[in-house]
Design a protein around this ligand. Structure first.
Ligand SMILES: CC(C)(COP(=O)(O)OP(=O)(O)OC[C@H]1O[C@@H](n2cnc3c(N)ncnc32)[C@H](O)[C@@H]1OP(=O)(O)O)[C@@H](O)C(=O)NCCC(=O)NCCS
Length: 258
């Protein structure tokens, strides 16, 4: 059975010093793609180890694919990129690992569980584009809160998520004692304080943990000659009722925020 195509176009494949323009398709993945998906994940594990980290067994990947939310980037009928996306359910309770989700709210939550683009196809916005498509689809399914975990040393992945309005909420240890940021984006994201941000080196776990414990969040990332740092600020607690302004600036009514 063919995968359903969501988008298509032309990409540039960079390999061994050569560039080649080729057609691509972004398609919905199904359990029929299990072997190829497992191979791409194994490649990521081999090539970047703990930066990728996701050690899910094929049985869990199959359950994630069975939800029909995950996307693949295909070039010449070969799977060259994946965006695995799923939501916690009775079949997939492991998707709640490390996430502080109140049980009564599970239906509003989803999790991005691994994005990989093979090296010849990187740097062309595909990781971001696939993730954006997934976020749009999750919104239409009523999944208003979307989580991801990322290694603090994985600059491209952090950049991708922070560009897409994710924020860093926690720094935890996951499988095999690896450090992971827990990130979230929420349809009802709180505004950030207007005070100047604190920029912390990505490797300074003590300073970042201290800020996160005090309710600060990481929301942007910038590179410098020796590495990169993350911008932190406080989220503001907005009142539950805020005035709605007309274009002229006068108050017309109030809206309830929950
Ligand atoms: C992370 C990954 C999926 C990004 O895929 P991609 O298609 O190259 O990403 P994009 O082109 O959408 O780039 C996303 C952002 O990261 C930046 N970026 C991507 N690769 C980069 C690199 N090697 N060095 C520095 N920045 C990089 C891009 O410039 C872009 O930021 P910008 O829009 O502000 O310029 C890819 O690098 C990958 O497969 N890595 C290995 C697996 C992995 O680490 N997955 C994440 C696990 S959580």
């Amino acid at each position: 059975m063919k995968n359903i195509t969501i988008a298509s176009g032309i990409l540039t494949k960079h390999e061994a010093g050569h560039c080649e323009k080729l057609p691509y398709k972004i398609c919905r993945l199904s359990i029929q793609n299990l072997d190829d998906v497992v191979n791409i994940r194994a490649f990521a594990n081999r090539s970047i180890g703990n930066l990728f980290l996701d050690r899910r067994p094929p049985s869990q990947i199959e359950q994630i694919l069975a939800q029909n939310l995950s996307l693949g980037l295909f070039c010449q009928d070969e799977l060259v990129g994946i965006r695995l996306t799923a939501y916690p359910s009775v079949d997939t309770p492991y998707l709640l690992d490390a996430l502080p989700i109140p049980p009564q709210e599970i239906h509003r939550h989803a999790r991005l569980t691994g994005v990989v683009i093979l090296p010849p196809y990187r740097g062309q916005n595909f990781g971001s584009h696939l993730t954006q498509i997934s976020l749009q689809e999750l919104k239409t399914l009523g999944k208003e809160v979307v989580w991801a975990t990322v290694s603090p040393s994985n600059y491209p992945s952090l950049r991708l998520f922070l560009n897409l309005n994710f924020r860093i909420y926690r720094l935890v240890k996951l499988h095999e004692n690896c450090d992971r940021f827990v990130l979230k984006t929420d349809a009802q994201m709180k505004p950030l304080a207007l005070s100047p941000p604190k920029f912390i080196e990505h490797s300074d776990f003590v300073a970042q943990t201290e800020l996160l414990d005090r309710g600060w969040v990481g929301y942007a990332i910038e590179r410098h000659a020796l590495g990169y740092r993350i911008a932190y600020n406080r989220e503001l607690d907005v009142p539950s009722t805020i005035p709605l302004l007309t274009e002229e600036g006068s108050v017309t009514e109030t809206v309830e925020l929950d």
